[in-house]
Design a protein around this ligand. Structure first.
Ligand code: NAD
Length: 429
């Protein structure tokens, strides 16, 4: 369950440009102002609906009880149950979880799935815990939240340092309390326990579908498009592999230790095979080694940051030389960098759209669980493509109509949808 992103995440704190809550709020405020959102809706939508803090006693392998602090923030329910991941990290904070839960509200609204936003976390160091300790912590956390989660209330999913095993434990604990099996309480489960085919690849595939649409704006075809990918995990690795298979020329890719570059194109399946065997890209033959910092500045048609937050800042934005920025990661670009990229004519596929393939197939998983009828992988992928292509084109039209950049358009579109539903329902005040 090792996740090198935990270290990176520490950089959230201490620098305003890189604070996730400030980044979210700044973009929300800008979009709300442009929409002319009335004061009441603004006040309701800017804050979470509910913040839950729990103290979780866990019997450690030593026999002693240790108390862990956990959170669940449910940002908005206007369009349906809250939806969002649970992360385990030593430095996860309520502020961070609040920002991430709001991002989930906007992300679900951009792709028009009937969910609100949620996010959870437990302050712990999963690398130093045994599987038994992690299981006991997960089950007690679930028990503490039992009245607040559920298929119609709030549907958690994996995030940093949690995985399908964690989801299976949550599903089982919830089901034990409900006295019957409730698969739809979480998504990202093992396929055998009600997970969806295609979920593992969904985020990378969603990035591919967005890029397919974006290159049409530049009269490019996959064969004439060079791509640089930062990160080679679930999003970056799978995204690069799918783009390579579709004929794109992936010229550089990295992992946390650094990257490789070959202007003639890389054989991505071979690169990923090398990475799996060697646990590093260092020494990969036939390519030049580059640092993660330099990789971002390589001239290319599509740059896809798919690793972690705050990679493109006011410090390096002027040196980014791509036509299209496809944000596979959450929050890879700071608000200050947005303006610079815009001035330099970079077309941004904002994170809340570019990486929404994951939550879209999570929605499909929830739908399949509730029907008790499961789709083929081809069906899941076809529905995902429909959703991503439609959402991309809606966003582009919205941006053109309102004469704003694509990130602002994504926030405006999302806030507009949530505001419309809230207004229709009325504020119970
Ligand atoms: P992952 O752990 O599978 O992969 C992360 C990759 O980034 C790895 O290759 C790692 O080596 C690399 N990396 C980590 N820190 C780095 C750094 N400082 N510099 C360069 N590379 C670094 O994670 P993932 O699931 O692929 O998630 C990547 C990003 O995408 C995160 O921002 C995540 O929040 C976002 N995201 C993921 C999903 C999903 O379904 N997995 C969905 C939406 C958004």
């Amino acid at each position: 369950m090792a996740n090198p992103m935990a270290d990176e995440n520490r950089r959230f704190h201490g620098s305003d440009e890189k604070n996730p809550f400030e980044a979210m709020s700044e973009r929300f405020d800008r979009a709300a102002k442009l929409l002319g959102l009335d004061d009441d809706l603004y006040a309701v939508m800017r804050v979470p609906s509910r913040e839950i803090k729990v103290y979780i006693p866990v019997r450690m392998d030593t026999g002693h009880i240790q108390i862990f602090e956990g959170f669940r923030v449910q940002h908005n329910f206007a369009r349906g149950p809250a939806k969002g991941g649970i992360r385990y990290a030593p430095d996860v904070s309520l502020d961070e979880v609040k920002a991430l839960s709001a991002w989930m509200t906007w992300k679900c609204a951009v792709v028009n799935v009937p969910f609100g936003g949620g996010k959870g976390g437990i302050i712990c160091n999963p690398q130093q815990m045994s599987l038994g300790e992690l299981e006991r912590m997960t089950r007690r956390y679930t028990a503490e939240l039992i009245d607040f989660i559920g298929p119609d209330k709030d549907v958690p999913a994996p995030d940093m340092n949690t995985n399908e095993q964690t989801m299976a434990w949550i599903m089982d604990t919830y089901s034990m309390h409900a006295r019957h099996t409730v698969t739809a309480v979480v998504t990202g489960k093992p396929v055998a326990l009600g997970g969806s085919l295609g979920r593992r690849e969904a985020t990378g595939r969603g990035v591919l579908f967005c890029v397919n649409e974006a290159i049409k704006r530049f009269d490019l075809t996959p064969e004439t498009t060079s791509v640089v990918v930062q990160g080679s995990g679930n999003v970056g690795g799978i995204g690069a592999e799918l783009m390579h298979a579709q004929g794109y020329k992936v010229i550089a890719i990295s992992d946390v230790g650094g990257g490789i570059h070959n202007p003639d194109g890389l054989d991505i399946p071979n690169v990923l095979d090398f990475l799996q065997k060697n646990r590093t890209l260092e020494g990969y033959p036939g390519a030049e080694q580059v640092s993660n910092k330099d990789l971002l500045e390589i001239e290319c048609d599509v740059l896809a940051p798919c690793a972690t937050e705050n990679q493109i800042t006011s410090e390096n934005a002027n040196r980014i030389r791509c036509k299209i920025l496809a944000e596979g990661a959450n929050g890879p670009t700071t608000p200050k960098a947005d303006q610079i990229l815009h001035d330099n004519g970079v077309f941004v596929i904002p994170d809340i759209l570019a990486n929404a393939g994951g939550v879209t197939v999570s929605y499909f998983e929830w739908v399949q669980d509730r029907m008790g009828y499961f789709w083929s992988e081809a069906e899941v992928n076809a529905r995902l493509e429909d959703k991503m292509v439609a959402s991309f084109n809606e966003l582009v039209h919205y941006a053109d109509k309102h004469n704003v950049d694509s990130r602002t358009a994504a926030y405006m579109l999302a806030i507009d949808r949530v505001a419309y539903d809230t207004r229709m329902r009325g504020i119970y005040a």
